[in-house]
Design a protein around this ligand. Structure first.
Ligand SMILES: [Zn+2]
Length: 416
């Protein structure tokens, strides 16, 4: 999950749940012999999964440097007997689990990279790499990917179809998904749907999703100002005009039909000789807000400057596409997750956090998919799983919760 700027937001905390996850972790996933086997793997390997996560946490790697993490993941997938491809779009790892019976091909994605952070790590298994920490929960995402693969491997003979496990690098830099797509991650076999999750400050035991838009997309722009006169003053005038397009975003935006907001940042300002250049980022919640902002930047800035100075704006849409869940698949997936966790533990997302993006949306731009938030907070312990917050701490029971839910979702998707 990439982060646009420092906001004092806790975008999902209002949906915290008082219910302990302990009760929901005991039932089969879903009820029946297959669920019994999946559950037995979770019970058997729960300590191993926690240790796997702690190992990743001790050895965080930033975007583009996930060499060790990828090697650990590839080894674990090979030990499960899956077909493994490494070096996909950088340090990406793809592991294919073919079921015993023919059926659909679906994908499950987990991201692997960590975040620069010099703040002290509040857990015992603290980062051993100075200045880098897993404060976006990707160590849990990767572990849940392993847990789901381990569970599904246990019931391989009864699976109707194939699961492609996608371990993605460079999510924080928002380049990993596109790099894996460019490297033919879906070439063979080709999935028809993709699923994934991200830790969030819900209370542990809960997950959430919604049909339709769930997270903002991210675009880039550049404005060139040239001519005679005071280019520095002209650049300031253009920047001021840009900021009126929507820089002051609300901390969270209620999902309406369609959601419509813009969050704009000027990230660089450069004046030299006869030219000034402004570059920046835009977060948008819908195609309509994207189109409106694009028009304003490419056509509407000239009036901000004096005569003799020209302004030319370019707009690069969908650096990150925005997480938009397939409406039919999202309802099905939420229902399947409800079987695994109890329906009351599956919340519906009602707001879009403007400051966060996720390049899971790049996969969804290629094939339909569903993304979930996974609660990792624990109010009684004072742990808040707010992505990118220096004090981020996740309740590790979320590994079991996420693995249960995602195994149920994938099983259900294969059965359709
Ligand atoms: Zn993240």
């Amino acid at each position: 999950m990439t982060f646009a700027r420092t906001l004092s937001l806790c975008f999902l905390a209002t949906l915290a749940c008082r219910q302990s996850p302990a009760g929901v972790l005991l039932a089969p996933i879903p009820p029946g012999p297959v669920g019994d086997q999946l559950q037995s793997v979770l019970v058997r390997d729960s300590a191993r999964f926690v240790e796997f996560r702690r190992d990743l946490h001790r050895h965080p790697e930033v975007s583009g440097s996930e060499q060790r993490t990828a090697a650990v993941v590839a080894t674990a997938m090979r030990q499960l007997g899956l077909e493994v491809r490494t070096g996909v779009g950088g340090h990406g790892v793809v592991a294919i689990l073919r079921g015993g019976r023919s059926g659909p091909v679906i994908a499950y994605r987990a991201d692997m990279d960590a975040v620069p952070s010099a703040a002290p790590d509040p857990v015992d298994f603290r980062s051993l790499t100075p200045g880098i920490r897993h404060i976006c929960g990707h160590d849990l995402h990767t572990t849940i990917g392993l847990a789901v693969a381990t569970m599904m491997r246990q019931v391989r003979d009864s699976l109707t179809g194939t699961v492609v496990f996608v371990f993605q690098p460079a999510e924080e830099r928002a380049t990993g998904a596109n790099a894996m797509l460019a490297d033919n991650v879906f070439a063979s076999p080709t999935p028809t749907a993709i699923y994934g999750l991200h830790t969030a400050p819900y209370e542990v035991g809960r997950i959430a999703t919604t049909p339709g838009p769930m997270m903002a997309g991210r675009d880039r722009f550049e404005v060139t100002i040239s001519g005679a006169g005071d280019l520095s003053a002209a650049a300031d005038a253009v920047a001021a005009r840009l900021l009126t397009l929507g820089t002051i975003g609300p901390e969270q935006v209620t999902i309406s039909q369609p959601p419509d907001f813009v969050l704009l940042q000027v990230t660089s300002r450069n004046v030299s000789g006869t030219q000034a250049r402004l570059q920046g980022e835009v977060r948008v919640a819908s195609a309509a807000s994207r189109a409106r902002t694009r028009t304003a930047i490419t056509q509407g800035l000239s009036s901000a400057v004096a005569a003799g100075i020209t302004v030319a704006g370019t707009y690069e849409p969908m650096t990150i596409a925005g997480v938009t869940n397939d409406t039919v698949l999202a309802d099905r997936a939420a229902e399947a997750a409800g079987v695994a966790l109890g329906a009351s533990n599956v919340a519906r997302v009602t707001t879009i956090p403007p400051a966060f993006s996720e390049d899971f949306g790049s996969f969804q731009a290629r094939i339909p998919g569903v993304f979930f938030y996974l609660g990792v907070s624990n109010a009684s312990r004072g742990w808040v799983g707010q992505p990118h917050a220096p004090e981020y701490v996740a309740d590790e029971r979320a590994i079991q919760v996420g693995a249960r839910a995602m195994a149920a979702v994938l099983l259900d998707a294969l059965s359709r």
